[in-house]
Design a binder for this molecule. Sequence first.
Ligand code: FAD
Length: 451
Amino acid sequence: MAQSLRGAPQARIMIDPPVQEPTDSGWYVTSGPDLPLVPHRGETRCECLVIGAGWMGLHAARRYAELSPDRSVVLVDAGRIGNNASGRCMGFAIDLAHNPRKHDFVEDIQGNRDELLANLDGNAYLRSAVEELGVDCDWDPQGKYHSAATDHGVVDLVSFSRALDVMGQKYRWVERDEMQAMTGSKHYIKALHHPGTILIQPAKYLKNLTRILPKNVTVHENTVISTASFGDREHVFETPSGVIRAKQVIICAAGYLTRFGFYGQTAIPVYTFASMTRPLTESELARAGSQAAYGLIPANSFGTTVRRTADNRLFLRNVYSYAPNFKTTRLDVERAREQQKIAFQRRWPELAPMGFEISWGGLLTLAQNGGMVFGELAANVYGAAFCNGTGVSRGTAFGKAVAELALGRSSPVIDILKRRTPPSRAYPEIITSTGVRLVTGWRFRRAGHEV
Ligand SMILES: Cc1cc2nc3c(=O)[nH]c(=O)nc-3n(C[C@H](O)[C@H](O)[C@H](O)COP(=O)(O)OP(=O)(O)OC[C@H]3O[C@@H](n4cnc5c(N)ncnc54)[C@H](O)[C@@H]3O)c2cc1C
């Protein structure tokens, strides 16, 4: 199956550009000064072109450049770095996949160990950017709280704890009083604290890492790759104002990778949405609990994820919706915001009237079988893509490893990622879209007060 999906496209391929998001990410607008904007122009030759500057692409560019300082690397992105899906996320760099409802989560011991090893590699690479290169991103390695608001949520947490037991993982139960003191909310009845996750401000991280990439990396934002011709000796790419010729290319364009002629009809484009308050005042902060910052993962995966940020905002994420052609609208964002208002009211009724300062959505590229793209797709064409819901640690590990692979290196993480199942072909659009809408709607309703 993987072989027939891969096929090496020969002709000049026209590439549909990503659609511009209707609203900015709250992280992006609060992340400090813009990067100097230098869209691509003219004719450029390089050893390696990296397409897409999210977790995957940025780390592919960093790794490629630091391992071979004499080779030129060009990193392009269709939009602004930090305002893409990567800068729209909740900022949990998760060491261990956290879906306690996945039916084989407990049994899949080897799969969980592999996932953990790759994610730890991703987190170590993120940490090295912070500690060795000085990337400022509100780094906070406090772990995450899997939080239940209902009895069925507690049942989900117990099932998750069994998987952690099997893996020999440490965790701690947090009871109602402690949750209430920590968050100021009476909503939660129990939580499981797992220590390995790091909380970050994702847009700050992405922008600040871009500022200190090795000198052999040239970055072009607002530069869409509009055509691709893959050749034996070099690949040729057109941008709106020029041409880039590269000996190697690494495509880290999430679901848009399929538009480059690889893994066609595999990407299932799903959006999820978030809303952020303004910074809370001193008196409001007293109602948001005693802990200065925290990250709450819902016990039910269709529930509401919450962050209290380093700059004293509350930030809620929920709602999944199918996004035909990877496209979402302002109305979709507004509808999701209504759900986030309800979730805010449930958790902090005294604070909820303040509403939100900003709301946005972001793309999750899913595959029918949970598969991901990693490896050499054709001669000197490499790809890493499809986050399947979590992409910070994992995307960093994928990006780092795919650059190492392109440079002929080997590592235990490369071996793990090569063994991962690639994405399978999705059902026809009409079936997939109807199926996703029905399942997400049903599971959202079923999550009840976990939302
Ligand atoms: C609201 C929300 C919350 C989330 N929370 C978390 C979380 O807490 N933890 C976690 O691990 N994950 C989270 N995720 C998922 C995570 O954001 C994604 O998995 C991750 O960003 C994917 O990274 P990426 O590098 O693969 O893709 P992207 O960030 O989507 O980057 C791909 C880039 O490719 C560029 N591109 C595409 N086509 C072209 C082209 N033709 N030319 C030039 N550039 C192109 C795009 O502009 C884009 O910037 C969340 C997602 C959302 C939306």
